[in-house]
Design a protein around this ligand. Structure first.
Ligand SMILES: [Zn+2]
Length: 171
């Protein structure tokens, strides 16, 4: 009987006696049963393919990072305080404010020319870019925990001309 990944509909022919999976010819395993509690005591809740499982693991660590709070550098806090022209703001308060604003920020792609300059200024490290309100937020890419490296006021840059939301086409 074929079994199917509950997420992407990837399908594979498989024996339903999970204790026999050790002796199966299917090598390496490309799909796994998901049992309540993790062990085959009852019927599986469903199946997940190796690729979806990999994505789920990555999503989990990403969400954990977001929930546990991203690392915000002192540089960012000082830039934020400076740019908000709020002398009374201490770093702790700024941290909460930045984290809150960043949580609303949307991922963007930036214009090639600007990207090249940023890449250079960022010690040639790949970065992710986010935008919300008046700021562009620049974070580390593919690193856990994610670190907010710097923020830039949007200034005269324009959405739809100099940068785009990740899922939108360049115009
Ligand atoms: Zn799948």
């Amino acid at each position: 009987m074929p079994i199917q990944c509950s997420l992407c509909e990837y399908e594979v022919e498989f024996d339903h006696d999970y204790h026999n999976w050790r002796s199966t010819k299917e090598q390496p395993l490309t799909i796994y049963p998901v049992f309540p509690g993790g062990k085959p005591k009852k019927e599986p809740k469903g199946f997940i393919c190796a690729e979806c499982l990999h994505d789920a693991k990555r999503s989990r660590s990403y969400m954990k990072t977001v929930v546990s709070g991203i690392v915000i550098t002192v540089h960012v806090l000082d830039r934020y305080i400076e740019r908000c022209k709020a002398d009374h703001l201490d770093r702790e308060t700024a941290k909460v404010a930045v984290a809150k604003e960043f949580s609303h920020a949307k991922k963007i792609r930036i214009k090639k020319k600007w990207l090249n300059r940023r890449f250079f200024n960022n010690n040639r490290k790949p970065a992710n870019y986010y935008f919300d309100g008046g700021f562009i937020y620049i974070t580390t890419k593919d690193e856990i925990p994610i670190t907010l490296v710097t923020i830039e006021p949007v200034g005269n840059k324009e959405l739809g001309r100099d940068f785009w939301y990740e899922d939108e086409q360049e115009t």
